[in-house]
Design a binder for this molecule. Structure first.
Ligand code: URA
Length: 241
């Protein structure tokens, strides 16, 4: 494993900072001063120290957040509060060790006005198994619309909808009508504003959108809006299957 990659993954230091610290002689491997940030070491046997403290492997972090409206899915933003701000505000009350905020990736974004399940992880491969188009991971949404939802829409959504500025029809989506203007929709893609655009293409308008499921992981009904929890080992493993 490369020294800079390891330290950046397990401390708040960036890889650029690690390079600087190596030049300053602040990093050692088995007691010997590190020579370059790109040097390799054995994670199982070698001891890396930064400013006299051992750098321990944190392991990966996986969590689910119940996103409220008004927050955007970004790591930082000049205009709006972000889902990361929610974690920072509540983190210190929840865990003995701080979350690796700067290493968290958001797994499939929601619009600012959409509520519901947001997954975050430090594990890029795990993220990929959910978001890569070829994985066809189903996302479940509760939808409310301005106009009545015709039962015939289920067939249209299954066959695919032509969205503006898209080359291909949307992939088969499963619509369950629950009421006059209420339904659930499962989609396997994650195009920009996809659900809103699908309804708009059928002369309707989404007035409320809530994601309750990503693949086999369902939003924990005990989580209040704005609250989050770590995923259980079985939830983490479910995604890998
Ligand atoms: N589709 C949308 O239109 N918005 C979302 O936030 C998610 C899916």
């Amino acid at each position: 494993m490369r020294l800079d990659k390891y330290i950046a993954a397990n401390t708040p230091r960036s890889r650029a900072e690690v390079s600087k610290l190596v030049r300053q002689g602040a990093i050692t491997v088995n007691g010997a001063r590190a020579i370059k940030a790109s040097q390799h070491f054995d994670e199982r046997g070698d001891t890396v120290m930064l400013l006299g403290e051992t750098v321990k492997a944190l392991g990966e972090t996986y969590l689910m957040l119940h996103k409220p409206a008004g927050y955007i899915c970004a790591n930082s933003d000049a205009e709006h509060p972000t889902v990361i701000d929610l974690l920072i505000a509540r983190d210190s009350k929840k865990f003995a060790h701080p979350l690796p905020i700067e290493h968290l990736q958001i797994v499939g974004r929601l619009d600012i006005d959409t509520t519901g399940l947001v997954l975050m992880t430090t594990n890029g491969d795990w993220n990929h198994t959910i978001t890569a188009p070829n994985k066809k991971c189903l996302k479940g949404y509760s939808v409310e619309t301005a106009e009545p939802i015709d039962e015939s829409l289920a067939v249209k959504f299954l066959e695919g909808i032509q969205l503006n500025n898209e080359k291909h029809l949307t992939k088969p989506a499963i619509l369950r009508v629950l009421g006059n203007t209420r339904c659930e929709l499962d989609i396997s893609e994650g195009k920009y504003h996809q659900v809103k655009r699908m309804f708009a293409a059928c002369n309707n308008r989404v007035t409320s959108l809530h994601r309750y499921r990503i693949g086999p992981i369902t939003l924990d009904t005990h989580l209040e809006e704005g609250d989050f929890r770590l995923l259980t080992p079985s939830e983490i493993a479910l995604n890998a299957s």
